[in-house]
Design a protein around this ligand. Sequence first.
Ligand code: GTR
Length: 427
Amino acid sequence: MPVKRILRLLFWLVAGLMTGTTCLPAQVQANYEEEKVPAFALPDPLRNGDGLMINDSNEWVHSRRPELLQLFEREVYGKLPDETLTPDYTLLENGIALGGKAVRKQIRLTFENNGRRLDLLLLVYLPAGMDKAPVFVGLNFYGNQTITADPAVLLTTSWVPNNKTFGIEANQATETSRGVRISRWPLEKIIDAGYGLATMYYGDIDPDRDDFTDGVHPLFYRDGQTRPDADEWGAIGAWAWGLMRIMDYLQQDSAIDADRIVLMGHSRLGKAALWAGAQDRRYAIVISNDSGCGGAALSRRKFGETVQIINTAFPHWFCSHFKDYNDRENDLPVDQHELIALVAPRPVYITSAQEDQWADPKGEYLSGWYASPVYALFGLQGLESATPPAVNDPVMHDIGYHMRTGGHDVKDYDWEQFINFANHHLK
Ligand code: GTR
């Protein structure tokens, strides 16, 4: 551990002991005023660690890209395991859906290692009669059964956060939760547009709680290890790992066009989608919906949710090193525009919602703007202005963006734009 880090840890420890509080400083209030956004200088995506300028796409791909990936691994999300596990795929069920418009299959992906077993349940709908369908991939929040009223969809058996409205008590999903998230997954619209949809409950991969004894992490622990090291993957890293395993499955399914897979994620799952999409170049397009802090939003703006706030509320999401940047955003060797840039040259689409100030809409837009010089290296068109477009006025360049009216959610409007964006770049 570097000396600076040890000193910082010691400081918080002593401060905590003296004040009788925890090791973290008191929670700060979120700022929602543009005038109070601190002045900051962003790290330049086109200057590498030695201070040398990156002049062309080749230098980007071979020098700067790996360097940035390493920084995000070490300081923000943590490193994924090097070890590859070979899963078993079991087709649990398949049939006809949407009155014959679609076919449905449910596949169990089983991983075994270290005497532990992990079962991931993948739900796939494809347009009927279509050879090699392009597919949207997205994780869901409460189980596959929530995204549709289709009675054939299997209920998740994984740990689910309790939710009275969804009939989830004792952390187990029940029939009451069937279809409760239909509004976020306009399946018929997606199928009618000629795309398939593949989705999985994110809690299958790693339950969203500060507990590293469950989910995928233990499958990769070395002897005696009980939680990830400070530079190893947190929960967002685990969800990103799951997205890569979904891609592995899709690649060997002959009904699917693995060259046209679009990755979409909302909110915390938008953070995971960006991190997976940055690393895994098999994803042809990456879409971040309202991903906010630790997703598309620039950390240095400290607008709405901040690094300190997110690390306090969700201590398990990022790697432990990220906590070193609580209220010290300027010391981060990266910022989130560089995460967007890691998607290059593949198209990336960023969305915000006007009332979702917690996620810092302007900061989400600016990440795309500051990633644009990287796209320019490839002769591609990023965003054209430092000022976001008007509300409900999508930009569909190689970096795309829209700000929708309304709040933190995934609406039909968003999906219509995702489909337009995918059509524009894939068809
Ligand atoms: C919030 C969190 C956000 C976002 C959101 C969500 O509580 O502060 O960063 O991830 O949850 O995932 O819906």
